[in-house]
Design a protein around this ligand. Structure first.
Ligand code: CMP
Length: 143
């Protein structure tokens, strides 16, 4: 089953949006298979956002994502990567549709509440960066 790495960013944690965001994914029918509250080190931030190294906003991005705890999760389900991106809305909250997470709660592009993997390769890479295999719970819903 497909997995995606989803993270509530420091602004989302501080604005008490963890529960709201988890609920949206639960209600959509996806399955939470791993989750932890952590403060990201600068090293991990640079690895996670490696593709943006050299861009004008890179230093700000690293300093923001390491500024306070994040809630890192793995969600599982059919087409979860693409569907989660739709549920999150455009990267820039000003362009995100109402009803999406960023459209409803995002403030600006650098403070956009949530991160989600953009492809299968990114999901695999990001999950490995943040979680060990034994952090991931393998279970089937029975109710
Ligand atoms: P995210 O999906 O976590 O991936 C890269 C992040 O860079 C993005 O969300 C934005 O929060 C952040 N970012 C900061 N400034 C910019 C910018 N000018 N353009 C695009 N992304 C930016």
């Amino acid at each position: 089953m497909e997995k995606s790495f989803i993270m509530v960013k420091p602004d989302g944690v501080q604005r008490n949006l963890i529960g709201e965001i988890v609920q949206r994914f639960e209600k959509k029918g996806f399955t939470l298979v791993a989750g932890k509250l952590i403060t990201i080190s600068p090293e991990l931030a640079e690895q996670h956002y490696g593709e943006h190294k050299g861009k004008a906003f890179f230093e700000n991005l690293v300093s923001f994502i390491t500024s306070g705890p994040v809630f890192a999760m793995i969600w599982e389900g059919e087409d979860v990567i693409k569907t989660a991106r739709k549920m999150m809305g455009s990267t820039n909250p000003a362009e995100a549709e109402p009803g999406t997470i960023r459209g409803d709660y995002g403030v600006r592009v650098s403070m956009n509440v949530i991160h989600g993997s953009d492809s299968g390769e990114s999901a695999e890479r990001e999950i490995k960066l943040f979680f060990n295999n034994d952090d991931i719970v393998d279970y089937k819903k029975t109710v």
